[in-house]
Design a protein around this ligand. Structure first.
Ligand code: FAD
Length: 465
């Protein structure tokens, strides 16, 4: 980016948009240069648009002056996707935060990208609905960010991620064109599926300005079970048994022994002696069938190694069980503030193989590896508790990660289940994607964004390397 271009760009921005919608002072811009990856890079300009027209204007200026443009939700992403590594413009969508319509008859909600996930859930609940994607960060992350990362959460096992729960979008492409994708209806086969292409593309193709979300009726009732096994292998076998019977849980979460120990020591929660792994299984449905479903899931959970089975009897007990799960991330951050957190996915039946291999890698590289996550999808958060400021540990961690990713691909798995690629995983994705598909993706990127201004340095690997 040429300094002269930047100066002319800022002049144009000031001429064409109200000054109140734009920051250029580094002291103001600095808060828009980080995300939860803990990386940081200062943007030159931060813009707070309130309309598509303003976004079209600035994207066209970015094309004209070759200025990088980065859409920002709330910066809770964990991969550096929202960090403006080449500086330039950050477009913060926080003021485009209207819920435009809740259409209960058609089970649809139309929103602007800056609405928080929790605000969508609250608005939907008033009409007896919910929107399935439920990242743990729901109180602080935006729908635009959710869509750009194809975010999910515990409920994805039964209800899917953003891709399965979004009918259509409005978006501004990298060349500054406004496009409408998808449908307002739950069926529709006209045209290529640009909605699913843009969802999960981390702002590298287009900036999402509106979304038509598919709503699901809130279930009448839920039941929550906590299961404790003697070791991870018996718990993994139980996950396979639960998943191979006809009732789909609405959550099936997993924690290994290290996680149980951390929660015991930090939060004072008691577990049976020799607890080696914990599952939280939740089922939802109608009051007339829930007990029958519970019986089946409960029977599938029975088996060798089961130490304790607890059914939550009150709302407070349900809350406590989930509190166990939610206490984990802060607990781990306390122990290893700069830990590496991967969110790999393997077929559910391969979880025991993966866990066994992770134990071997932990010994080989002398790194504590702690695992928890959405076992029903085979989506495990693998945490390497290292201090990256220790060069030796960092080098071991890099070698260990390389082996973990190779293992995941060999098990027909996926390098990221929900956190995305950003900067962190960019150099690894050619392990999973075949070269022809990758070439096609680079070509698609150029069709949407000919000047390559949209969130450069993220997602796809550098084609010149
Ligand atoms: C404590 C914690 C728990 C988490 N738990 C989960 C979890 O359970 N499941 C999960 O999936 N994730 C989880 N995350 C990750 C993160 O919250 C999600 O990825 C979230 O979707 C990011 O939303 P955001 O608004 O913060 O986006 P940002 O971090 O601001 O941006 C993320 C990406 O989206 C792009 N983007 C943002 N808005 C737009 C837009 N309007 N148009 C185009 N691109 C856009 C950005 O350019 C960037 O590439 C967690 C994070 C934290 C900190």
């Amino acid at each position: 980016m040429k300094p002269q271009n930047l100066r002319l760009f800022i002049e144009q921005i000031h001429q064409q948009l109200p000054k109140t919608k734009c920051y250029t002072d580094p002291a103001d811009c600095t808060a828009y240069g980080y995300d939860n990856s803990r990386r940081q890079s200062l943007p030159d300009v931060v813009l707070f648009p309130t309309s598509e027209e303003e976004i079209i204007t600035v994207i066209r200026l970015c094309n004209h002056f070759s200025i990088p443009a980065l859409a920002r939700g709330r910066g809770t992403g964990t991969t550096g996707a929202a960090v403006p590594i080449y500086h330039g413009l950050v477009i913060s969508l926080e003021h485009m935060n209207r819920i435009i319509e809740v259409d209960a008859a058609n089970r649809v909600m139309v929103v602007e990208p800056g609405v928080l996930n929790s605000e969508v859930q609250e608005a939907a609940a008033r009409f007896g609905f919910f929107w399935p994607p439920d990242p743990s960060s729901s109180a602080t992350c935006s729908i635009g960010g959710n869509l750009a990362c194809n975010a999910a959460g515990p409920r994805a096992i039964k209800y899917g991620s953003c891709r399965e729960n979004t009918l259509g979008l409005r978006a501004i492409t990298g060349s500054g064109e406004c496009i409408k994708t998808g449908t307002y209806t739950t069926k529709g086969v006209v045209g290529y599926d640009l909605t699913r292409l843009i969802i999960g593309s981390e702002g590298t193709l287009a900036l999402i300005t509106q979304a038509t979300l598919k709503l699901i009726p809130l279930p009448e009732t839920k039941r929550t079970l906590q299961l404790i096994y003697s070791d991870i292998h018996h718990a993994a076998a139980a996950v396979s048994r639960i998943m191979s019977q006809p009732i789909i849980p609405c959550a099936l979460e997993f924690m290994d022994k290290a996680c149980i120990n951390i929660i015991h020591h930090r939060n004072g929660i008691e577990f049976p002696i020799n607890s080696g792994a914990l599952l939280i299984v939740e089922i939802d449905g109608s009051t007339s069938t829930i007990l029958n479903d519970l019986e089946k899931v409960s029977a599938a959970a029975e088996g060798e190694g089961l130490l304790e089975k607890r059914l939550a009897k009150t709302e407070a007990e349900v809350k406590n069980m989930w509190q166990t799960r939610k206490a984990l991330s802060p607990g781990l951050r306390h122990i290893a503030p700069k830990k590496i957190n991967e969110d790999i996915v393997v077929p559910v039946s391969s979880i025991p193989t993966l866990i066994h291999a992770l134990e071997q890698l932990s010994k080989k590289y002398q790194i504590i590896i702690v695992n928890f996550g959405h076992a029903g999808n085979g989506n495990l958060h693998v945490n390497l508790l290292i201090d990256p400021d220790d060069a030796n540990q960092q080098q071991h961690a890099e070698q260990c990660l390389e082996e973990i990713f190779n293992l995941v691909v060999n098990l027909k798995g996926c390098l990221s289940g929900e956190h995305g690629i950003g900067i962190e995983k960019r150099r690894f994705i050619s392990k999973e994607l075949d070269p022809n598909a990758l070439t096609l993706m680079h070509q698609i990127k150029r069709v949407f964004d000919p000047a390559l201004i949209m969130n450069p340095g993220k997602y796809l690997p550098d084609p010149t390397l």
